[in-house]
Design a protein around this ligand. Structure first.
Ligand code: HEC
Ligand code: HEC
Length: 319
């Protein structure tokens, strides 16, 4: 039964499915290797993430479109899973497309990935759930739920064309020079540059998200680390004038914000189980002393047990 089908696939090579395309790519690579040419023609400069089609005409595109809606309207769409007043796109700016703001384009090509913070190789669903539980101070989404798969479909779609394991331009957030922030100076800079949108009490205003307090990201979020926050602020804020602050000013504001009270992150003491936590992590972990922890940790508005994302467990070994 399968043979005639195979035959047609070979003969009618031009009518190709996605799977055929994968085979074709393989054969190109083999040829390139055989002829001694560079097999890897990946060009981060030339790559453009695909635009999400707004005329949803097939079930896959519909899932991608729902995924986009979920990352931009996370709080309204998944209220039970979001602790504060942030959406995924509050940090992953421009629908996850902006370089230097932890872009989500290309991300699908780099998972599963080993994360030193977890001490394990984790799938993309777990990585997403780290942001649900830490950055949104909320609850993990079941990996086999339609909503999780819609988000994954969106990330896969906007990663189209990036070869497995490759990196894009503007990935992550730019590394900052090693400076230390002064929170007293930061307070004044915050009033002058940030308060008109994020509010004097840092709680956000209308659609503008919180920077501290009960509605903000938790202490376990990367954004709660001084150097990481400084990088985001330096290159992306103030929202209407990005790039207008110096490195030192960005650090000063980051020092002020990260010292303020914010929701706790259960299980954070188990991060970096093999040691090696970055210097600016604001809580104790193995071999690491908290760097300038927030003044207070606030109770979470969502179920604490649902805030822990365990590493993938073996079916063969029991601990
Ligand atoms: C408070 C800010 C913030 C919010 C809100 C947030 N994230 Fe993140 N996210 C980050 C930061 C910071 C990183 C780490 C970037 C780095 O390490 O360079 C990250 C990393 C990621 C990664 C891995 C990126 C990579 O390059 O490997 C994914 C995927 C991701 N987030 C998805 C989401 C999703 C989906 C949501 C909403 C459910 C979300 N994030 C909400 C800040 C946030
Ligand atoms: C003109 C209004 C505006 C100003 C001024 C502004 N922001 Fe924002 N900020 C935003 C908006 C809007 C978002 C969310 C982006 C989105 O949803 O697309 C945001 C997101 C953020 C985030 C990530 C999400 C969160 O709430 O944690 C941080 C951190 C942040 N801003 C810090 C700052 C700092 C620090 C300043 C001052 C240097 C500043 N912003 C000035 C509008 C502003």
């Amino acid at each position: 039964m399968r043979l005639p089908h195979l035959f047609f696939a070979v003969v009618l090579g031009s009518a190709c499915t996605l799977q055929d395309a994968a085979y074709r790519q393989d054969s190109t690579v083999t040829t390139a290797v055989a002829t001694g040419k560079a097999a890897n023609r990946w060009s981060p400069d030339a790559w453009k993430p695909p635009i999400v089609d707004s005329t949803v005409d097939d079930p896959y595109e519909a899932a991608v479109y729902r995924g986009l809606a979920l990352i931009t309207q996370t709080r309204d769409s998944l209220r039970a899973y979001v602790g504060g007043n942030l959406n995924c796109a509050s940090c992953h700016l421009e629908e996850g497309r902006r370089g230097g703001a932890a872009p989500l384009i290309g991300v699908f090509a780099r998972y599963p990935q080993h994360m030193p913070r977890s001490g394990a190789v984790v799938p993309i669903e777990d990585r997403i759930n780290y942001c649900f539980t830490r950055s949104l101070a909320g609850s993990k989404l079941p990996p086999d739920s339609r909503e999780m798969q819609d988000i994954v479909a969106y990330l896969a779609f906007i990663s189209k064309g990036v070869p497995n394991g490759e990196h894009i331009k503007g990935e992550g957030m730019a590394k900052m020079p090693a400076l230390v922030g002064d929170s007293t100076r930061g307070r004044g800079l915050f009033t002058d540059n940030c308060a008109r949108c994020h509010g004097n009490n840092g709680g956000g205003m209308g659609p503008i998200p919180a920077l501290w307090g009960p509605q903000s990201f938790s202490i376990g979020a990367s954004m709660a680390r001084q150097e990481r926050a400084a990088s985001f602020i330096r290159y992306n804020m103030p929202f209407d004038r990005p790039g207008s602050l110096t490195d030192q000013q960005a650090y000063d504001i980051a020092a002020y914000i990260t010292a303020m009270p914010r929701p706790d992150s259960p299980g954070k003491e188990n991060d970096w189980p093999n040691g090696g936590a970055p210097e600016d992590v604001p809580y104790d972990t193995k071999g690491h002393k908290a760097f300038r922890p927030p003044k207070a940790l606030l109770p979470r508005s969502t179920n604490a047990a649902a805030a822990i994302v365990p590493v993938p467990a073996s079916v063969l070994t029991k601990k």
